[in-house]
Design a protein around this ligand. Structure first.
Ligand code: NCD
Length: 323
């Protein structure tokens, strides 16, 4: 986030949600607590509310998405908002319209919040600087930099399964260098007090030394997950690798794929996480993805609850700012 821009208002409430960087523990805990109220048991009628009644949420995604996009839409609708879902590859941006012109066009239709996914770093902040004062910008993924609602849903899932964050060892494994999921998970978990965060990756997927302050680095998967309470697997980010990714996926699976035999090195109660989409047989073996330690579908369910919590927080903060 550049100097002179803040995603918080003068009460310390969110005006936008672009990154978890700089957000305090109390605010993260409040969002998790709020998300907890929006969780529902599979098969039950999902939690609903009317916090967003009268709001219009525009979802503008310029990169592929299944979970994030669907859950932002469901979260908005379940809180009473109207939703516009624009595939940016098919919008007028493809005819040369600038993103800001697209934003101003939709703002003229009374959009209250923009949920944006884009491959360009810094774009979310740029949009946030230009929207009307009452309008919020929420990141649904920014390049390799940030994916704040994913970080929150990962934290919520860990808290539900482990009862808290103290005393945990969390191993994040795979293409850390190019992963916005890993960056936001690290930020959330470090802020919430996880004492031991490990990043496990081959040398070419390790982030620069200045990043991931406090995390322990491992090139060996076996050592990196040994005794871990949480094992978070990541997909190879081919779309951002520009040819630097391994072409021998069988060799990658052999060295960095999570198999049942490998998982046995972690704590016996360890949970297995993955943000999706999974490449089965590459970073994770199918029997582990579907096995008893996997909480991958719970992460998906929590994604809706967390996005409801963020939207509700933004709406309440806006109401309190109103003159
Ligand atoms: C991730 C993303 O887009 O960053 N997916 C997600 O939002 N659940 C992870 C990925 O694409 O590997």
């Amino acid at each position: 986030m550049s100097a002179g821009f803040s995603q918080l208002d003068d009460r310390g409430r969110l005006r936008h949600l672009i990154t978890l960087d700089g957000l305090g523990r109390d605010l993260l805990e409040e969002l998790l607590q709020r998300a907890e109220q929006h969780t529902s048991t599979p098969g039950e009628v999902p939690a609903r509310g009317d916090t967003l009644r009268g709001w219009t949420v525009a979802i503008l995604f310029a990169e592929p998405s299944t979970r994030t996009r669907a859950s932002f839409e469901l979260a908005s609708v379940r809180l009473g908002a109207d939703v516009i879902n624009l595939d940016m590859a098919l919008s007028s941006r493809a005819k040369g319209e600038s993103l800001l012109d697209t934003i101003w066009t939709l703002q003229a239709m009374q959009v209250d919040a923009f949920v944006i996914r884009d491959a360009e770093a810094g774009l979310h902040e740029q949009v946030a600087r230009h929207v009307a004062p009452h309008v919020s910008v929420i990141s649904g993924g920014e390049a390799h930099v940030s994916h704040p609602t994913q970080g929150l849903l990962d934290a919520l899932t860990i808290r539900q399964c482990k009862g808290g964050f103290e005393r945990l060892a969390v191993a994040i494994v795979g293409d850390i260098r190019r992963s916005r999921v890993a960056r936001s998970a690290h930020r959330a978990l470090a802020t919430l007090g996880v004492p031991e965060i490990r990043i496990v990756a081959p040398p070419e997927m390790m982030p620069d030394a200045a990043e991931y302050a406090g995390a322990r680095r491992f090139e060996s998967l076996d050592r990196g997950i040994s005794g871990a309470d949480v094992v978070m697997m990541l997909r190879l980010q081919h779309e951002r690798a520009q040819g630097a990714e391994p072409t021998d996926l069988a060799a990658y699976h052999r060295d960095y794929g999570l198999t049942a035999a490998r998982l046995a090195r972690a704590n016996t109660q360890a949970i297995v996480m993955h943000p999706g989409p999974m490449n089965r047989g590459v970073e994770i073996a199918p029997d582990v993805a579907d096995g008893p330690q996997s909480v991958i579908r719970r992460q998906v369910a929590n994604g809706v609850a967390v996005r409801m919590a963020v939207l509700a927080h933004l709406a309440e903060a806006r109401r309190k700012r109103a003159p």
